[in-house]
Unconditional design. Structure first.
Length: 64
């Protein structure tokens, strides 16, 4: 995840006043995507889950 401005080839989603961007081509390969902020004994951060998780892309989730 990174801060960025929308581009022509981005899909834009707004969730609770926060805009999320993803390249349309990538989104078509990984949708649906779920983003959550988690607190755990290992620390806090965003957890991103997608169809790639089921295909072994990076385990059960990716954290930033």
């Amino acid at each position: 995840m990174a801060l960025d401005e929308p581009r022509e080839n981005d899909e834009v989603f707004n969730e609770k006043g926060v805009n999320f961007l993803i390249e349309k081509e990538l989104f078509s390969q990984v949708k649906p995507i779920f983003i959550d902020f988690v607190n755990s004994p290992m620390g806090s951060g965003f957890m991103v889950q997608s169809e790639l998780s089921k295909k072994g892309g990076c385990g059960s989730s990716c954290s930033c």
